[in-house]
Ligand binder design. Structure first.
Ligand code: COA
Length: 154
C-alpha cells in the first residue's frame, strides 16, 4: 500500500468525493455547510481516491478536521492514523498551534482513534446531533446526541 500511496490536496476543479465524506456525515446538505470553507486532502492508491480529510481554519491559531473517512474495505489498517498525522504535520508547518476534531458521543471507535493519537477532550456541543439534523441519527443502535470536541496542541 505504502509504495503507491500519496496524500495530496484536492484541486478546486476536481469533484468533491462525497461518497467518502458521507461515511463521516449524514447528508450532502450537512457536508455543504462546511466543505466549501475547507481544504480537502485525499489519499490515492493507484489513481483512486480511497480516503480523505477536510481541514478548516478556525482562527489564526487553530484548524479543525471537519470530516475524515477511509473507504470501507481499507478501514482498520492504519490509514486513519496516517491521515491524522498528515493533518497535524500540515497544520504545524503552517504555524497553527492546535488542531481540533469533533465526534459523536457514542462513536467509541472514533474516540479511541483520536485519543490514541494524542487528542484530548476539551468540550461538548450539547444536542448538536439533535438540533442540526432533521431526524435522529443512530450508531450501533444508540442515538447520537452531543458532539464531543477534542484538541491536540501542535
Ligand atoms: N473498533 C474499535 N476501534 C477501532 C476500530 C474498531 N473496529 N478500528 C479502528 N479503531 C481505532 C483503534 O483505536 C485504532 O488504533 P489501533 O490500530 O492502535 O488499535 C485506531 O482506531 C486507528 O485505526 P486506523 O486503522 O488508523 O483507522 P481507520 O483507517 O479505520 O480510520 C476512520 C478511522 C474513523 C477514519 C474510519 O474507520 C472511517 O472512515 N470510518 C467511517 C467514517 C467516520 O466515522 N469518520 C469519523 C467521523 S468523527
Amino acid at each position: 500500500m505504502e509504495k503507491n500511496a500519496r496524500i495530496r490536496r484536492l484541486g478546486r476543479n476536481e469533484k468533491t468525493p462525497y461518497d467518502l465524506l458521507l461515511l463521516a456525515d449524514e447528508s450532502i446538505e450537512s457536508i455543504n455547510k462546511y466543505i466549501f470553507d475547507c481544504e480537502i486532502y485525499v489519499l490515492e492508491l493507484e489513481n483512486k481516491i480511497v480516503a480523505e480529510y477536510a481541514l478548516q481554519q478556525i482562527n489564526d491559531e487553530e484548524v479543525e478536521i471537519k470530516n475524515i473517512a477511509v473507504t470501507n474495505e481499507l478501514q482498520g489498517q492504519g490509514i486513519g492514523k496516517m491521515l491524522l498525522k498528515d493533518a497535524e504535520d500540515k497544520a504545524r508547518l503552517r504555524g497553527f498551534k492546535s488542531i481540533a476534531v469533533g465526534t459523536g458521543d457514542v462513536a467509541t471507535k472514533q474516540l479511541n482513534l483520536y485519543q490514541k493519537c494524542g487528542f484530548e477532550i476539551f468540550g461538548m456541543k450539547k444536542k448538536f446531533f439533535v438540533e442540526n439534523f432533521p431526524s435522529p441519527i443512530y450508531e450501533d443502535g444508540k442515538q447520537l446526541k452531543d458532539m464531543i470536541m477534542l484538541k491536540k496542541k501542535l
